[in-house]
Design a binder for this molecule. Structure first.
Ligand code: ZN
Ligand code: ZN
Length: 617
């Protein structure tokens, strides 16, 4: 089950974002270092004018971005440039870089001190994104080593599946797009210099899916809804589909050749990022006040604390779960045995979706009864079975409407276990056992991703919806799990805390794994041991994680980075406020700034009387 939000807007951010927070002197780094600044309270009138000017500039930038990058526009839900598929050649790279530099100059000229908190955090996100884009184009240069960068399927799938216009119009848009596919692959392939074996294999593995989407287009064109296409239009579309398929096949053949050559020569680029690139990417993506290396050290400490706690809980639970069985000396064996035994308690496979649906109102009631935060009943969460066309791996996740479709509802998609073999279903049910299923719902829905989203929408920010901080979003969901258990949810049962430990260890281990693999050279065998024996994961989960860490970097650290930064902030607030500290006030203020980086929220919260940001114009 995926542990990532399926927020479409954030997926856009993940595709296109990077950048550090150092361009905002008024908000820089450690709030404790600058206690007396007063730049956050400009004159109200001046701020209103400056805000309006800034928001116009931000909107101009976003509109220009959609014109430059139709794929990003489609992912955000904007289709007016969808008939264009720019060839990703050197000229395009140069244009994109000039675009980023130009807008960076314009946003750097904005005086942050004249803006409201809401606009200032938007400005910070934009500066970070533009610096990140520049870093990706000039230093990371993924288009030179990641062949899966070239993929036409996603946008075509969106155009086909989204009802923004009648089907014949959408098919004409796809047809125009397809005419540019051969040039697209030619240009992209020419830029590939030294692909990694792993990303090359990924691109090869994805080819059947790309061809499948083209088949879907062909099928849709034959259907009754497309009857108004003329014979010539249909014929042209068919010819273009054939040409696109042959371009995909040609590219795939070239990749297979590369793969063989790379394996034979041993000279393929390593999938490991290395320390220098990793630190920079971490800086842009996570925007913590800590470096990647510091975060790795914190994760090691957190892991030790968790294992100590889990070991004690296992001792406490030994006799009631394991009876007279001899207790192993090794703590991993001991904890693993108790977790294994407890995992037998789970719902029946046919009750899986029903149980999740039943738990949401229970979680909401708990939050009200324990005064953890104010909830908004006007935008209810709909729990539903994941639509069939969206099902890939078994999963559960929040699907929120994109920024351009605010009228749409927010869904909690849960894939039922119907298609699994009895063994696979049992494995999933043990993984999402009685306790973990509750923690999953806390994470995905209440007070995790869904609740955070409702709060973010109260001070609507197009910038933060599109380019929000993933570590804040994931960190909040992970923090919410702990906050709920601290309030007594689960009755402080040792079983609940042990399962929370296992779940939290997954986030912690993600960070250790990512850094160890990309910077410290951890081997596959070491990684699998870390995940399976030392973090109690199934072999399947561990192998999937090993694949993910080879194909991505930094994203796996977002869960623990965000969580530990929030925990640190909360402790600081508790100390600063003493008896005036309130869990509810902390939660609500933290959520009031939208999906800004935790480091920025920390700065805003520590300002005297800064309070919540005012809504934007
Ligand atoms: Zn999540
Ligand atoms: Zn069972």
């Amino acid at each position: 089950m995926t542990h990532r939000p399926t927020l479409r807007a954030l997926a856009v951010a993940a595709l296109t974002t990077v950048g550090a927070w150092n361009a905002l002197p008024a908000l820089a780094a450690d709030p404790a270092a600058q206690p007396t600044r007063n730049v956050l309270r400009p004159e109200p009138d001046a701020s209103a004018t400056a805000d309006a000017r800034f928001q116009r500039l931000a909107n101009d930038y976003i509109e220009a971005l959609w014109r430059l990058d139709p794929d990003a526009a489609i992912a955000a839900g904007r289709y007016e440039y969808a008939d264009r598929l720019p060839a990703p050649d050197s000229a395009m790279r140069a244009r994109t870089l000039a675009f980023a530099s130009d807008w960076l100059r314009r946003f750097e000229a904005v005086d942050a001190a004249t803006l409201s908190a809401a606009s200032r955090t938007d400005l910070g996100q934009l500066l970070n994104k533009l610096r990140s884009d520049r870093f990706q184009l000039t230093e990371l240069r993924e288009y030179e080593w990641n062949p899966s960068f070239l993929n036409i399927a996603g946008p075509i799938d969106y155009i086909l599946a989204t009802d923004y216009a009648p089907l014949p119009a959408r098919l004409k848009t796809i047809s125009a797009r397809l005419a540019q596919v051969p040039a697209y692959y030619r240009a992209g392939a020419a830029l590939l210099k030294q692909p990694t074996l792993e990303h090359t294999q990924l691109a090869i593995d994805q080819a059947p899916g790309v061809l499948g989407v083209l088949d879907e287009v062909a099928k849709a064109a034959q259907g009754p809804d497309a009857a108004s296409l003329t014979a010539a239009e249909r014929q042209q579309l068919t010819a273009r589909i054939a040409a696109a398929k042959s371009a995909v096949n040609g590219y795939t053949a070239r990749l297979k050749q590369w793969l063989a050559e790379g394996k034979a020569s041993g000279k393929a680029r390593s999938f490991r990022l290395g320390q220098a690139l990793y630190e920079k990417k971490f800086g842009y993506d996570i925007q913590s006040t800590h470096s990647a290396e510091q975060m790795y050290q914190r994760a090691l400490q957190a892991r030790e604390a968790l294992l100590t706690q889990m070991s004690q809980l296992s001792d406490q639970l030994w006799t009631q779960t394991m009876g007279d069985a001899p207790k192993p000396e090794d703590r991993f064996a001991r904890i693993g045995a108790v977790i294994g035994k407890l995992s037998e308690r789970h719902v029946k496979r046919e009750d899986f979706v029903k149980e999740i649906r039943a738990q949401i109102p229970q979680l909401e009631r708990w939050i009200n009864d324990h005064d953890l935060l104010t909830q908004d009943a006007s935008k209810p969460l709909i729990v539903r079975e994941t639509p069939v066309y969206q099902r890939g791996v078994a999963g559960a996740g929040i699907e929120a409407p994109g920024p351009y479709r605010p009228q749409d509802r927010t869904y909690y998609n849960v894939t039922p276990l119907d298609d699994l073999t009895p063994e696979q279903a049992e494995s999933s049910l043990r993984e999402y056992n009685h306790w973990i299923l509750q923690i999953l719902n806390i994470h995905e829905a209440v007070p995790g991703h869904y609740t955070q989203l409702v709060y973010a929408n109260k001070s609507p920010s197009l910038v933060k919806t599109l380019f929000g901080n993933g570590a804040m979003v994931e960190g909040w969901a992970v923090f919410g799990e702990r906050m709920m258990l601290e309030s007594g949810y689960g009755g402080n049962a040792p079983e609940m805390w042990l399962m929370w430990g296992k779940w939290n260890l997954r986030s912690v281990t993600n960070t250790i794994l990512d850094y160890s693999v990309h910077v410290l050279g951890m081997t596959e065998a070491q990684a699998l041991d870390l995940l399976q024996r030392q973090a109690f994961q199934t072999e399947r989960e561990a192998r999937e994680k090993w694949r993910r860490v080879q194909l991505s970097s930094v994203q796996l650290t977002s869960y623990f980075s965000g969580y530990s930064d929030i925990m640190e902030l909360r402790e600081r607030r508790r100390q600063a406020l003493g008896k005036d500290f309130s869990v509810k006030a902390f939660n609500e203020q933290f959520l009031s700034y939208g999906s800004a980086p935790v480091s920025v929220i920390a700065e805003l919260m520590s300002q005297p009387a800064a309070a919540a940001p005012k809504a934007q114009p």
